[in-house]
Design a binder for this molecule. Structure first.
Ligand SMILES: CC(C)(COP(=O)(O)OP(=O)(O)OC[C@H]1O[C@@H](n2cnc3c(N)ncnc32)[C@H](O)[C@@H]1OP(=O)(O)O)[C@@H](O)C(=O)NCCC(=O)NCCS
Length: 189
């Protein structure tokens, strides 16, 4: 199987069970059930709207999935309503397909579509080595606080990407996620 046969498309409602299976497989026995439960909550969370959900499909099989949910940015106790921002979480590539560029292909295509819909900023809490390939940069030093403080040794895991010119320097504040993702247990890095 090569990645040229893999296509990225928006997820449909009837993909849901297959998407959950991808995350269960990718994250393994320990973390998988926690991520699946979180993902189900996020998919049913009205505070996550607008949601952007994409799958990578190969020969009619869903091999990867990424979800983006809405976040707001708060500065001086007020929501900044000028900014359109999202957070990337979770992302998974099914176990046997990992390490073949599918995650990269999926995220690149998804970010392109987000940019086209007018999203200005995307946040992620994840592996710096992985996400810097898409242009993500440490967010804390650029004035964006995570919903919960990220411990100093892992501060670079909290990242931001601008999809619109000058968006990073135009805004700052504390990022607030949808209700499902606002549980502190998801912010230990
Ligand atoms: C992390 C993940 C999404 C990457 O997707 P992928 O299709 O396997 O990755 P790609 O083939 O696009 O890219 C491979 C690169 O990712 C890196 N990578 C894979 N897993 C990584 C990890 N846990 N930490 C850091 N880098 C990682 C590889 O080192 C490789 O780097 P290189 O290009 O410099 O050699 C996928 O491996 C996965 O689903 N893992 C389990 C679930 C998970 O951890 N998801 C959370 C993502 S924050």
């Amino acid at each position: 199987m090569n990645t040229s046969a893999t296509e990225v498309r928006p997820a449909r409602s009837d993909d849901r069970d297959r998407i959950l299976a991808v995350h269960l497989d990718a994250f393994g026995d320990a973390e998988g059930p926690v991520i699946v439960s979180l993902l189900e909550e996020m998919l049913d969370d009205s505070t996550a709207e607008p949601v952007h959900s994409f799958v990578a499909e190969s020969a009619n099989e869903i091999v990867a999935h990424v979800l983006f949910t809405s976040v707001t940015i708060h500065a001086n106790s007020q929501t900044d309503d000028r900014v359109s921002a999202q957070i990337l979480a979770p992302l998974a590539v099914t176990g046997e397909r990992q390490g073949r560029g599918i995650g990269t292909q999926l995220v690149e295509a998804a970010l392109q579509r987000l940019a086209e819909t007018g999203v200005q900023l995307v946040f992620v809490l994840g592996y710096p080595k992985y996400y810097t390939r898409f242009g993500f940069l440490p967010a804390g030093v650029r004035g964006f606080q995570a919903p919960y403080p990220i411990s100093e040794p892992n501060a670079d895991a909290w990242m931001v990407l601008e999809l619109a010119a000058n968006a990073v320097e135009s805004f700052e504040g504390t990022v607030q996620c949808c209700e499902a993702l606002s549980d502190q247990k998801y912010w230990v890095e």
